[in-house]
Design a protein around this ligand. Sequence first.
Ligand SMILES: *Cc1c(COP(=O)(O)O)cnc(C)c1O
Length: 454
Amino acid sequence: MNNSRKILLNESEKPTHWYNIAADMPNKPQPPLNPKTKQPAGPDDLAPIFPMGLIEQEASAEKYIEIPDQVQEIYNIWRPSPLYRARGLEKALDAPVKIYYKYEGGSPSGSHKPNTAVPQAYYNKQESVKKITTETGAGQWGTALSFACAQFGIECEVYMVRISYDQKPYRKIMMNMFGADVYPSPSDRTQAGRDILAADPDSSGSLGIAISEAIEKAVQDESNKYALGSVLNHVLLHQTIIGQEALKQLEMAGDYPDLIIAPMGGGSNFAGISFPFIGENLTQGKKTRCIAVEPASCPKLTQGEFLYDHGDTAGYTPLLPMYTLGHNFRPAAIHAGGLRYHGASVLCSQLLKDGLMEAVALQQLECFQAGITFARLEGIIPAPEATHAVAQVLREARQAKKEGKEKTILFNMCGHGFVDMQAYEDYFSGKLSDHSFSENELKDGLTEIRALQP
Ligand SMILES: *Cc1c(COP(=O)(O)O)cnc(C)c1O
């Protein structure tokens, strides 16, 4: 009887390239715009904040991009990541489904984020960058970049959303451990931060504000650059290592997914697991459905609008064509901090617009319950973000049972929840509630964005 639960790749089977979906998309993503001129933003617009190696990847039309040796060597710490067959979950569900998941929680920061933090630090090092500034919400991205900078001897300065800085002290300590300086945002170290504090001294911060602070710091010194943990094309590109591995692992298992599910913050882990398969839909006639799961309190894909918008609150970034709730949207303080971003990546937004991927929004209580079920049956405690994928898997399994239809499901267990125990404690003690998103929240956020359109 075949009862294996873990499918591993050998050294010789490791993917050597990232997959660039832009090469295969029927409608290419629209270009980012310079916010002043409303003309396409070129390399010169991005050069003050990113190294050229990454700017080239941002606009690349090449289908496969080779992973540098030095990056592979660091990936070897936790990659290839295991593909698990969720036999415990399958038995409990008693539905006609096979469930597989990639587990990214074995990385140094406990999530998929180091898959891009390492190459980003590498390309900065190639251009002799001394310090990288960044933002972090719940702390996952800040931890990943701190680790990556430590590997290359680059200084790291992190602006951490105030509410998380106060509520999640362990993430800050992890960043300090990897050598980073961490400041609560809004801070008095930047004009963007001071402006927010002047209007609201008790501001609990947001990702958009923290991004503004980090960019402002980076452009003040030529030897400094900025790094973003999601949303941009090069970030999604690096994450495709997940799906590239999964393609080979599923082949070893003799299976192919009908359905791929991943949580959606800015879109990088969703892209990471699904883009290589969407590529096969586009070029080989496969028909895998790919579903991004967002929180009901921050539903950019299901309730936002496809518009040009800034990636940050102060409006320092180029305008990006994306599904957005508006860059001043303040999501409710749900526990899946990594999903509280106002917009979706340009690549995901274009794919959704063209009907090449799908999206659903779920409430947090259903997700926490699913996460606990998963922990008991599979032995992995998911990050609150990752529970969104599990909840949708449970829905799909029930649906399959009702319809009597067989399905093979692949999902991304994009991080562990070891540093999120307070969230689970709040759930157990009944302190969490669902958030009903109001039409008014949306209208206010989008009105000002309409004025930015070219
Ligand atoms: C950052 C993060 C996310 C959301 O970001 P994406 O860019 O959509 O991947 C989801 N899960 C975890 C564990 C994260 O750290």
